[in-house]
Ligand binder design. Structure first.
Ligand SMILES: Cc1cc2nc3c(=O)[nH]c(=O)nc-3n(C[C@H](O)[C@H](O)[C@H](O)COP(=O)(O)OP(=O)(O)OC[C@H]3O[C@@H](n4cnc5c(N)ncnc54)[C@H](O)[C@@H]3O)c2cc1C
Length: 383
């Protein structure tokens, strides 16, 4: 179905992101996967193009774009290069940017945003802990105020860009409370003494991006690195998760589209019993079902992007988009591996890598069980 959310400005931007992918990503993709991380040149190239500071005001070195469709175009093109790129750059551009632009003081914005936009300050967000990621209200990393410094103790796990980040927006408990009260966000400098990074976590897929465990051992952070109001961190996280889930949905559905396209080419040329396997009714029907499902889901995601541009996207609708697209994406990649036969199970085949890359999307950004909880609670069913 013809999509209608983008105009010529978005398509021009797509052309420049594609050129970035062609020049700054594709020639280095194997190396990034081998090294398990992106290099600083890539971050700086993304910064020079304006991708990192897309929604940051121009006075801090950003593009000052207040139209989420540009973020969506960026995600679509990076996803086609590999989900790991959309994830690593996306955490920075679509997730951390919200905290650093909307919850910071003028002094903090001047301190952090120019480097954030240029790629000199790579960022991460540390919420999940070894004892649990779904139950954010149960987080145990603590920060206590000692004079004009916070002293942080605890650990975080599965942190995207965790190994390379220069600034980590870290969720900590600043009050002697339990539950969602008393959680604050503190920006921790990546070079802080006492901050130890575990070795790169060995993921099943998305090998180009780094994911790490972080250990905070008496880490001293200036008091004015507190983001927003003390004790309000849980509310901020819940508010900003909607955009993270939308970004996730945009990537998931693009990934499904992309894998279907490559599979369409494959089944058109692969021969069995004297004809292409695409001419077999079973394959044609399976492809027809998947293409239909993906097109319908794409329309829903586009409607969510549109709603977000108007400031009307609800957390429930974002949760529905994340839930549906990640389930569908995983159904699609699995079916496409099947249609590739044995070649689909080989590490060097693109469809096998897509299958490995996709599995996490049902787990991260709030697992799909948590999405069902969020959506189910909104129904206010009576017991
Ligand atoms: C590659 C990768 C990158 C990530 N990047 C980041 C990052 O940058 N920053 C960050 O903070 N975190 C990140 N995460 C962490 C991610 O958000 C968590 O893994 C996720 O929230 C789930 O938490 P958990 O792994 O602790 O699982 P758990 O919370 O232990 O859950 C285990 C299982 O129990 C289910 N479950 C839990 N509670 C319920 C419930 N109430 N009802 C039904 N089922 C439930 C879950 O759905 C899951 O299936 C990343 C994870 C991965 C794998």
């Amino acid at each position: 179905m013809l999509r209608s959310i983008y105009d010529t400005d978005h398509e021009d931007f797509r052309t420049s992101v594609r050129a970035f992918v062609r020049n700054a990503i594709e020639p280095h993709d194997e190396r990034f996967a081998h090294e398990g991380r992106l290099d600083r040149e890539l971050w700086r190239a993304a910064g020079a193009l304006g991708l990192l500071g897309l929604c940051v005001a121009e006075e801090y070195g950003g593009m000052g774009v207040d139209d989420y469709r540009f973020n969506a175009v960026m995600d679509e093109e990076l996803t086609r290069a590999g989900l790991a790129y959309a994830c690593a750059l996306g955490i920075h551009t679509h997730v951390v940017s919200q905290y650093l632009t909307k919850r910071t003081t003028e002094e903090q914005r001047q301190r952090w945003l120019p480097g954030f936009c240029s790629g000199d300050i790579v960022t991460a967000v540390g919420m999940s802990e070894p004892a649990g990621g779904s139950d954010l209200a149960g987080l145990q990393t603590r920060a206590t105020l000692d004079g004009d410094q916070w002293v942080v103790n605890g650990s975080k796990i599965f942190i995207t860009n965790g190994a390379s980040a220069d600034l980590i927006v870290t969720a900590v408990r600043t009050e002697p409370t339990t539950g969602r009260d008393g959680i604050s966000l503190i920006a921790v400098d990546g070079n802080s003494p006492g901050l130890h990074r575990g070795k790169l976590l060995h993921k099943v897929g998305q090998h180009q991006g780094d994911t790490a465990e972080l250990f905070f051992d008496e880490v001293r952070v200036p008091a004015d690195n507190l983001i927003g109001v003390r004790g309000e961190g849980f509310g901020y996280m819940m508010e900003h998760l909607a955009q993270e889930r939308l970004a996730s949905a945009v990537c998931n559905i693009t990934h499904a589209q992309h894998v279907l396209e490559m599979t369409r080419d494959y089944v058109s040329t692969r021969q069995a019993f004297g004809a292409s396997i695409g001419s077999l009714q079973h394959i044609r029907f399976r492809m027809a079902d998947l293409v239909t499902e993906v097109d319908i889901a794409q329309s829903y995601v586009d409607a969510c992007v549109d709603a977000h541009v108007r400031g009307e996207l609800t957390p429930i609708d974002a949760a529905k988009a994340k839930l549906k697209t990640s389930d569908l994406q995983n159904e699609v990649v699995d079916a496409c591996v099947q249609m590739h036969g044995g070649y689909g199970y080989m590490q060097e085949s693109a469809v096998a890598r897509a299958w490995q890359d996709a599995r996490v999307t049902k787990i991260w950004a709030g697992s799909n069980e948590i999405m069902r909880e969020v959506i189910g609670r909104s129904l206010q069913l009576r017991g």
